[in-house]
Design a protein around this ligand. Sequence first.
Ligand SMILES: Nc1ncnc2c1ncn2[C@@H]1O[C@H](COP(=O)(O)OP(=O)(O)OP(=O)(O)O)[C@@H](O)[C@H]1O
Ligand SMILES: [Mg+2]
Length: 359
Amino acid sequence: MRRSLDYIVKPFNLDELLLTVKKAVTVRKLSLEVAALKEEQEFFNQVDALIGRSAPMQNVYKMIGRVADSDVTVLLQGESGTGKEVVARAIHRYSKRRNEPFIKINCATIPENLIESELFGYEKGAFTGAGSRKPGKFELAHRGTIFLDEIGELSLNTQAKLLRVLQEKEFERVGGTESIQVDVRIIAATNKDLERCVAEGTFREDLYFRLNVVKIWLPPLRERIEDVPLLAKAFLYKYSRELNKHITGFSPAALEIMKQYDWPGNVRELRNVCEQAVVLARGPVIMPEDLPFCLQATNREIRNSIRRGMTLKEIVAEVERQVILKTLQEHNWNRSATAQALGLNRRSLYAKMKEYGLL
Ligand SMILES: Nc1ncnc2c1ncn2[C@@H]1O[C@H](COP(=O)(O)OP(=O)(O)OP(=O)(O)O)[C@@H](O)[C@H]1O
Ligand SMILES: [Mg+2]
């Protein structure tokens, strides 16, 4: 039932009616805004929510929807920090295995001599220090999902063992003879170009085909820059709550800087930048000076020059050359006007134009 906001006594005058309607509209608008805000915050509060409405992300959502319910093996490929782990967890969460374990193993961080026992477990006495039987990740993931992260880092030897599990769905613990059958759904992730690794001989082709039943490619953030404001807002909300600060948003200039940046570290970098900005912010709004230096040097060329190893002197000279050239063009190559605009005298402008080959 809808509650009435106000009532009008007949006969009414027009001003009063207008005022009442206006009031009702304002209240309705406000309540809608509050509802939208609440919904947004609830969304941001969700664990591992995937954020982003850009077309490339819509594609990712569609793929997740298509594969989640089956047991198909999924290969997630994308640069570092693009959200491969978030997607792996989302696939598990939307699958019929959602109430079973999700077991992650990072192939890059486990030493070669331990990876086999990590994956398949070991029997008591299998090696010195194996005081009792220990189940491996595959056993722990039974009925659930195993997430093989950084799969491109596996040695050829371990790749062969993994291939056998994928083919036969069974394995033995290290030092054991009993065959163990498991029912696991496999999701693998890598930031490497596995096809190239196959061509170069560092990744087994047969394992690649086994893993690459469905590939989901995660777009780098610079290719979906329109998602930056929403992601930034979500991280701002998260960190201002965690750090107990009352920050309401970004200034338009700060947001613009973030949209100009090319985010080599993708969403992870954006998250870190937001956390840092929340720590540094003195007011309720994030200002450009609260953002790290690498972002503030918005000029792509400057950042690229730093990456290319140019010296400060060379970079400054290049910037100076470009500023002079641009100002000359803007003033139809009129030297007096250009010198005035740049706060130089004509003689110094002439000297610089000569130095930079602009005469
Ligand atoms: N679409 C997204 N929405 C919300 N948060 C995201 C999204 N993508 C990534 N993140 C966040 O960015 C961080 C990095 O994501 P994740 O660990 O999934 O990246 P990754 O692709 O596995 O990177 P790496 O290859 O370096 O392991 C995490 O904190 C994650 O929560
Ligand atoms: Mg990861």
